[in-house]
Design a protein around this ligand. Structure first.
Ligand code: PLP
Length: 402
């Protein structure tokens, strides 16, 4: 018999629903089921060979010791150059921190800044981890629904209405997981006008998908669109998505030196630093030639175009074209109230996703997990052949609903 009782902060949160969905897919596949997995939240490409070579070289050169808490000088320099080159943003070394993935950096940023009861505004649909990260750090998530008819994006009026004297952070994720929606410069400027009127609110700008970008105009971010806010923004990013390096676990942030120092203080007591070898690989990925990014984005775009066109032709479904990232967030509103061949009524997006899994062998994640129903998330970080198979099966399953 165990005497272990989890701490209250653990009991308050749940395991990431996307991690749980991926685990379920592995179980079903292991049991011999034919599953088309559309839950995957990581690039299907391998890490580029030249990046792997940089990691081998780091091992051979003896770069196998603890590094500075705020990362190796080479990685910090590569991050600073990348922000300057792509977004025209200037950061000093004291304004950069690194961690074991953007996820760890986001968690540390909240731990460093959120007092009990502090409010964090999270536009929905949101990345599944934000609310639980806020709750684990004693904060209060304030969820603001952003409907499909405003492109799943936060409007200035909705932001204004959500701000209170207790608001600590607004989290903006652009392009977004799960919708792929991204804010353009004009949209960021009007949000900026609201934020400039409320100087106590800081912004966590999660730009992890910013290089997986489909629009003609260049991607931008709040710190570049509204320079007057730069000192109140923590820009988080990482190499996981852009360079197919999820397993290397390197994320980073740029922002006000005092906040960065607080994050580094926590990091010094938490993990000391991320892996020295992964840091060498990440520095190389950011600083060397960038052809991998362009080539993979071309494929992501082809997949998005194909999948969106197919889904929009399926009865009961409707799908907005994402601006970036590698997810689709179709509405299944038309399927709600319909009856399956087994006589079960689809009452929610969870019912719909379970129907797709049971009848079609398609694994996806229901919209309620992202805070906005009735939708479901499909990942296109998988081969075109898999996407075609998924679309065929979704079409068949939807056609069978009465
Ligand atoms: N932010 C968003 C929106 C994500 O989707 C993810 C990963 O799925 C992350 C952050 C974390 O990425 P990592 O910890 O691999 O850098």
């Amino acid at each position: 018999m165990t005497i272990f009782v989890p701490a209250a902060r653990v009991s308050r949160i749940k395991i990431s629903p996307t991690t749980a969905a991926a685990a379920r897919v592995r179980e079903l596949k292991a049991a011999g089921h034919d599953i088309v997995d559309m839950t995957i939240g990581e690039p299907d490409f391998d890490t580029p060979d030249h990046v792997k070579a940089a990691a081998h070289a780091a091992i051979d050169n003896g770069e196998t010791k603890y590094t500075a808490v705020n990362g190796t000088p080479a990685l910090r320099a590569a991050i600073i150059d990348d922000y300057k080159r792509r977004l025209g943003l200037d950061y000093a070394e004291s304004e950069i921190c690194v961690g074991g993935g953007a996820k760890q950096i986001l968690f540390l940023a909240l731990m460093a800044s959120v007092e009990e009861g502090a409010e964090v505004i999270i536009p929905a649909p949101y990345w599944v981890s934000y609310p639980d990260m806020v709750i684990a750090n004693d904060g209060k998530p304030v969820i603001v629904a952003c409907s499909e008819n405003v492109g799943f994006k936060l409007t200035p009026a909705a932001l204004e209405a959500a701000i209170t004297p207790r608001t600590r952070w607004l989290i903006l994720n652009t392009p977004s997981n799960p919708t792929g929606a991204a804010y353009d410069r004009a949209e960021l400027e009007v949000l900026g006008e609201v934020l400039l009127r409320h100087p106590h609110v800081m912004v966590l700008s999660d730009d992890i998908y910013d290089q997986i970008w489909f629009r003609d105009e260049p991607m931008t971010t709040l710190a570049a669109a509204v320079p007057g806010l730069k000192d109140r923004i923590l820009l988080t990013n990482g190499v996981s998505k852009s360079y197919a390096m999820t397993g290397w676990r390197i994320g980073y942030a740029a922002g006000p030196a005092a906040l960065i120092a607080a994050i580094n203080k926590l990091q010094s007591q938490m993990s000391s630093c991320p892996s020295s070898i992964s840091q060498a690989a990440a520095a190389h990925a950011l600083a060397s030639e960038q052809s991998f990014v362009g080539e993979s984005v071309k494929l992501y775009r082809e997949r998005r175009d194909y999948a969106c066109a197919r889904l929009n032709a399926v009865p009961h479904l409707r799908c907005l074209a994402p601006d970036g990232a590698f997810y689709l967030y179709p509405s299944c509103a038309g399927a709600i109230g319909k009856v399956t061949p087994e006589g079960k009524t689809i009452e929610s997006d969870l019912d719909f996703v379970l129907y797709l899994l049971d009848k079609g062998g398609i694994a996806s994640v229901h919209g309620a997990a992202y805070g906005l129903s009735p939708y479901f998330r499909l990942s296109t970080a998988t081969s075109m052949a898999t996407i075609k198979q998924a679309c065929d099966r979704i079409e068949k399953a939807c056609a069978d609903l009465r």
